[in-house]
Design a protein around this ligand. Structure first.
Ligand code: GLN
Ligand code: ZN
Length: 768
């Protein structure tokens, strides 16, 4: 039996890589200094893996920015438009691919970035052209392997699978299929492998997560061809084909037929695939069991894992079974030991958790126990593990009878508004008395340095709560005054009191905790620190009512209440694994429902429940979509349906394409949806039009992601395009997302122009 790790976080325990990268970009440190930090992280990671007794330690899992970009760079898959900067140093060129290049009159846009499967990690999308040839530019896998070797670590190089790499990319011209590039890519791929073999590599980990997704016959054929070729070409190398995030069950014939040494499967996400895999598993092959969760922060339950390992050992024999993380630990925070503040993370909760470093020990302890080894240390670890599991099962911190009963008693009518939309619409129009093309914004206004300084000072005790709140009130007042002056119809308070749209609610709901160093890479140097949902969720007291009430008291116009929806809160947190996600989501939905009702009681007539992350939650396989959408949409409806017909519920979505889930969006039955689409030139509108989306809709008329101030005419043009396909009575006018990352100057100019556009169109349509 061996222990096998798929990958380790690369950001550094205290985000050293983020800081070094940003300093390098700002010209504060040079290439050598950045490389030094990177190498320190590499060495640190290998050292602790070795200390934890891991047998198969990965190399080339480290990356300065992104491992997909690393591979593109290695094989010189660099888009044409970067030609003018080919003379830059490798490192500068590499970062330019990820971040774009604007200097010396040269302006090159960055390569696109998108989500890595269903995680919150983003990779740089490879760009392909017809008949593209690849060449070995620099063998990063080899360099890292050798660097590890020089420092006394024997490692297993990790390579992105050839087929997965192609499937992750995008064809940048018509008339070919990216899979047709497999032959060209295979040439370079073999060069990489032969250099590794020459340098003494034994095992090679090849990541092929697409083997766990829906793939067609052509893809299967390419898989067959590529891996047959690689196995024949490199009889001396032992290939570990890794799959994760879903089950390989429906591709099992293909998977079992590929000529690899070891197959890795994710048994955290898909434990049910095991039986099918074990049924006539090829006699010459090893199975790597992904049983320590790489994507969540919960301690492994040893007793459960041991049952599973035992079962496989009985079938395959000890020598053909490896113990592993479910996927790369890239998606886990680094080290729980750093969480020393019990006020932030109470001891009782901390004992239920394991971050990346702790997971290493879990993997090797599981192997030791499964191997029948016994020492006082192992026995103690096993005992502690069991105690933590038992404590978690019954802890009063987690289990709240009232919450469970409330969920159990949800009635059919709880996810239905009193009347259908057409009736509500009439009532709301009378109550709100809004003009044609009503204008609004998405919620946040600029979070200036000043506002962030106040919050920091308040947190640090340098600003009293009263002082802090006075400053916020002044900020709200100014924002309301500006919106009235600008002529906006439905106002917002500006969200100045919020650090982050999920954290702000998590901090006020029970069932959540936070960490100090629980960072996970999102993209490049950007990291996120998701809240941990450990227990039954409820709302001890109103969360936003005071601020909304205050803002509403300053204006005769409606001021929108502003909430984050249950699906988004769930999606952007570490979620408990001791009950279905749908149940946790429903608990959050009830808490938000309470808040919605309290806002209504306080006289708020328009309430927005943001759900930017709804699409992100979609399962990887289409066959599982309906089930997810079913509970996710229901959760939203539960949160939104406790109010009178006259209260107008808005929702907001962004970051993704919604074309393939329009029916589900309609099912949410929000009175108004504001949605990002200025960048795709309103393409999305066609979908809404074809579907005959029944409720009101505010397609974003300008892109808030850039400081550029759009002209009034531009926006008129876009609104007219919208009006051509969606009845004008249904249309709202608004930016495409919140304005918190913008400066006031451009925000004001853009909103004034936006209101100007709406006014001009009202006139035009009234005259017509
Ligand atoms: N109301 C939020 C804001 O305006 C919405 C943010 C988002 O869509 N991500 O900031
Ligand atoms: Zn948004």
């Amino acid at each position: 039996m061996k222990t096998n790790l798929l990958g380790y976080p690369r950001i550094g325990e205290k985000r050293e890589l983020k800081k070094a990268n940003e300093n390098f970009w700002a010209g504060k440190i040079n290439e050598e200094e950045l490389t030094k930090v990177a190498n320190e992280i590499r060495l640190h990671n290998w050292k602790i893996q070795k200390e934890a007794n891991l047998d198969l330690i990965p190399s080339n899992d480290f990356s300065l920015y992104d491992h997909v970009l690393d591979f593109s760079f290695s094989i010189n898959a660099i888009p044409e438009r970067f030609k003018p900067i080919k003379h830059l140093s490798d490192l500068e060129l590499y970062f330019a691919l990820a971040r774009g290049y604007q200097k010396n009159g040269i302006d090159i846009t960055a390569q696109e970035m998108t989500k890595w499967f269903d995680t919150n990690y983003h990779y740089i999308v490879p760009e392909f052209t017809k008949n593209q040839v690849f060449e070995l530019k620099s063998n990063k896998a080899l360099h890292e392997f050798n660097f590890a070797k020089e420092n006394g670590f024997k490692t297993k190089p990790v390579l992105l699978g050839l087929v997965t790499y192609l499937l992750l990319g995008k064809e940048k011209e018509e008339g070919f299929d990216k899979l047709d590039l497999a032959d060209n890519l295979l040439i370079v791929y073999k060069q990489i492998l032969s250099e590794l073999a020459e340098s003494g590599a034994e095992y090679i980990q090849i990541d092929e997560p697409f083997l766990a997704l829906d793939i067609d016959e052509k893809t299967k054929n390419v898989y067959q061809k590529v891996y047959t070729d690689l196995a024949e070409s490199f009889p001396e190398l032992k290939f570990i084909i890794t799959t994760y995030f879903d089950s390989v069950e429906q591709n099992l014939d293909l998977v079992k037929s590929l000529p690899f040494n070891t197959l890795h499967v994710d048994l955290v996400r898909s434990p049910e695939q095991l039986d099918a895999i074990l049924a006539d598993y090829p006699k010459d092959k090893i199975l790597s069991l992904g049983i320590v969760d790489g994507r969540n922060i919960w301690k492994n339950n040893f007793e459960n894992s041991l049952v599973l390992i035992q079962k496989v050992v009985e079938k395959l024999g000890r020598e053909r079974v490896w113990v592993s993380s479910s996927c790369s630990l890239l998606h886990s925070p680094c080290n729980l030991e750093l969480e020393k503040n019990e006020k932030v993370l109470p001891k009782e909760i901390k004992q239920w958790l394991a971050f990346a470093k702790q997971k290493l020990t879990e993997i090797s302890t599981l192997k030791s126990i499964a191997n029948g080894e016994s020492s006082s240390e192992i026995n103690l670890a096993r005992q502690e593990n069991q105690q933590a599991a038992e404590n978690r099962k019954s802890s009063e911190l987690i289990h709240k009878t009232a919450v469970k009963e409330r969920v159990a008693n949800i009635q059919e009518k709880d996810d239905q508004r009193n009347s259908p939309f057409s009736i509500r619409q009439e009532i709301q129009h009378k109550a709100l008395n809004l003009p044609l093309f009503p204008t609004t914004t998405i919620g946040s206004f600029p979070q200036t340095q000043e506002v962030r300084n106040w919050r920091a000072a308040h947190r640090g005790g340098k600003l009293s709560t009263a002082e802090y709140e006075d400053l916020l009130k002044k900020e709200i007042q100014e924002s309301i005054e500006f919106q009235e002056e600008a002529g906006i119809d439905v106002l917002v308070h500006g969200e100045f009191e919020r650090n982050d749209m999920v954290e702000y609610f998590g901090e006020q709901l029970s069932g959540f905790v936070f960490t100090k160093f629980g960072w996970v890479q999102s993209y490049g140097s950007r990291c996120v620190k998701p809240p941990i949902i450990f227990g039954d969720v409820h709302r001890p007291k109103p969360m936003t009512v005071r601020w909304s009430e205050y803002a509403q008291s300053l204006s005769q116009l409606p001021v929108k209440g502003m909430l984050t929806g249950p699906v988004t809160i769930l999606q952007w947190s570490f979620v408990r694994d001791d009950q279905p996600r749908s149940l946790t989501c429903t608990q959050i939905a009830l808490a938000i429902r309470d808040e919605v009702k309290d806002l209504e009681k306080a006289g708020i007539k328009v309430i927005q429940i943001d759900e930017p992350a709804v699409r992100e939650g979609l399962p990887l396989k289409k066959e599982n979509w309906a089930d997810y959408l079913n509970w996710a949409i229901k959760a939203f409806r539960i949160s939104a349906s406790g109010v009178e017909d006259s209260t107008q519920i808005h929702t907001h979505m962004c970051y993704s394409e919604f074309n393939d889930m329009i029916a589900a969006i309609a099912d949410m039955d929000a009175d108004v949806i504001t949605i990002e689409c200025s960048r795709s030139q309103m393409e999305l509108l066609d979908v809404f039009a074809d579907f005959k989306y029944p409720n009101e809709i505010g397609p974003g008329v300008y892109d808030i992601h850039s400081p550029r101030v759009p002209s009034k005419d531009e926006m008129i043009h876009l609104i007219k395009k919208a009006e051509a396909v969606i009845p004008k009575e249904q249309l709202w006018v608004n930016p495409d997302c919140g304005l918190k990352t913008r400066h006031w100057q451009e925000t004001k100019a853009a909103l004034v122009a936006m209101v100007g556009a709406a006014k001009e169109l009202r006139k035009e349509f009234a005259d017509a």
